[in-house]
Ligand binder design. Structure first.
Ligand code: UN1
Length: 506
């Protein structure tokens, strides 16, 4: 990050703007400067990207089904220990994992570090929650009856992960399903198979039986085969809305098939609403982080900036200056703030759209001529309803709203049907309370950036077109992977209490 802009030196961005975001990472070395310096050297060593061919989709489900009974009857504590060991192995292999994240997913070095740390957080968090939450509980009831609620594995889950968090979301899904007592067939995004393959090998090394966690690589056709397999017990998916709907249809196609859950986390058309009391420097910083970090390739990213009319020109001028301080380039260069987009198809789509709205471009950042670099761009809208699609890249749309129309503005954002993140910048308590009441989103961020949900503190996930819940990294996530079984026993009937084991004996 170049500190200070040539045009607007007064709004210099902090040099560490795009440093790794906040994560829990209990017990992990948080000396970012040291980690980043060390890793920049390691990343120079090309990681081996080849992965061994695994079983096909059907064979993987068969093997996972065969492994399921033994794994589900392995003690909860043993399963949780596997996750803790996996977290340790991720930490030990941090450099290699970061190199893979940079090479395959084109992450910048700070983003790659956040990625590994978030994966570690998911493993440790789900391990701790499993031990706390998945033990059998005796529920109060009428005298002479004993009611026990158990949480057990359901069977074989299919986990389908995205390329934008190829380690953290991939392992988050896998870890949750495994610790709840399920076997898993995991399909990474076609763009990022190697980091997934390495993560799976670490999980096996950590004690997860090989057949209880199978990796199947491939594109959408492989995903369709997996989700059409009537032997699976559920699907956990992060990706696009159309793919989530296709999966939901697959799960209903066969009349004879049992009803199985789909946990989907999909897109967002995320707005940040800024009123005239907001602190301009903070707004500009948070727009840059929310809209452009990770080249805007996060479902949480800012897509729609809604500025109160009175402050729009001033805020946009400041934003223009701040954008000029950004370095777009090679993600393995520690000086880079924003790297390329994931692949040619994504580049072509974003650039074609950008060309179609070129008359409304307010400002964009200079990028290297060669490579898949989409210029971080601010695009004006005549009206906030003009934006109806999620553009998965560094494109922020901006519209204005008039004083006195905050409620109506939130309602119009709600009406788009997505419900993932929303931001509000305001120093009026009544406004933040009103937005908190009205916003139909999973994650509302007030006077801060809209990305970087922290595992365990900021459970992440949306509603409406944005997902089904429950939220990843939250206290209710594991339950969805479980079968809930209630046993009610008449303790007064023949045999009496004496023949019944206490909970502790089971
Ligand atoms: C996604 O892009 O699919 O809050 C999820 C964040 C990330 C989650 C993004 N932890 O930005």
């Amino acid at each position: 990050m170049a500190v200070g802009g040539t045009r607007h030196p007064a709004i210099a961005l902090p040099a560490d703007l795009f440093q790794p975001e906040r994560v829990n990472s209990q017990g992990v070395d948080l000396d970012d400067a040291a980690v980043l310096a060390a890793t920049a050297t390691e990343i120079a060593i090309p990681a081996k990207l080849a992965i061994a061919a695994g079983p096909g989709p059907q064979e993987a489900v068969s093997r996972a089904l065969a492994a399921y009974p033994a794994w589900s009857s392995t003690s909860l504590y043993t399963r949780a220990e596997c996750l803790d060991r996996l977290a340790d192995l991720l930490e030990e292999n941090r450099g290699k994992l970061m190199a893979l994240a940079v090479q395959e997913a084109k992450k910048t070095i700070p983003d790659a570090l956040s990625e590994v740390r978030e994966a570690i957080d998911f493993c440790r968090y789900y391990s701790a929650r499993a031990i706390a939450d998945l033990v059998p509980v005796e529920l109060p009831g009428p005298t002479g009856e004993r009611n026990v609620l158990r949480h057990e594995g359901r069977g074989v889950w299919v986990a389908i992960a995205p390329w934008n968090f190829p380690l953290a979301i991939f392992l988050g899904q896998v870890a949750a399903a495994l610790v709840a007592g399920n076997a898993v067939v995991a399909k990474p995004a076609p763009q990022t198979p190697a980091i997934a393959a390495f993560a799976v090998s670490l999980a096996h090394q950590a004690g997860v039986p090989a057949d209880a966690l199978q990796l199947v690589t491939g594109a959408g056709d492989v995903g369709a085969q997996l989700t059409s397999d009537t032997r699976i017990c559920g699907v956990v998916f992060t990706g696009s809305v159309p793919t989530a709907k296709a999966i939901a249809r697959n799960l209903l196609l066969d009349d004879a098939r049992p009803l199985v859950p789909l946990i989907a986390e999909t897109g967002g058309l995320n707005a940040m609403i800024v009123d005239s009391t907001a602190l301009s420097e903070q707004v500009v910083r948070d727009v840059i982080i929310s809209g452009f970090q990770s080249a805007g390739q996060r479902c949480s990213a800012l897509r729609l900036l809604l500025l109160q009319e009175d402050i729009a020109d001033h805020t946009l001028e400041m934003l223009r200056g701040a954008m000029d301080c950004l370095n777009v380039g090679d993600p393995s260069d520690p000086a880079t703030d924003i790297g390329p987009v994931i692949d040619q198809a994504s580049y072509d789509k974003l650039m074609a759209y950008r060309q179609s709205v070129k008359d409304r471009i307010f400002h964009s950042v200079a990028v290297p001529a060669k490579g898949l670099f989409v210029p971080p761009t601010v695009i004006r809208l005549n009206d906030l309803d003009q934006l109806q699609n999620e553009w998965f890249g560094p494109l922020v749309h901006v519209a204005t709203w008039k004083a006195g129309t905050l409620d109506a503005t939130v309602q119009r954002v709600n009406a788009k049907g997505f419900g993932l993140t929303m931001g509000l910048h305001s120093r009026i308590a009544r406004s933040s309370e009103a937005v908190e009441q009205m916003a139909r989103v999973g994650n509302l961020y007030i006077n801060r950036s809209m990305i970087g949900a922290v595992v365990g503190s900021q459970p992440f996930g949306g509603e409406g077109l944005s997902g089904t819940g429950p939220k990843a990294g939250g206290p209710h996530y594991l339950y969805r992977f479980c079968a809930e079984r209630t046993t009610s026993t008449d303790t007064t009937s023949a045999g009496g209490n004496a023949s019944l084991l206490s909970l502790e004996d089971e």
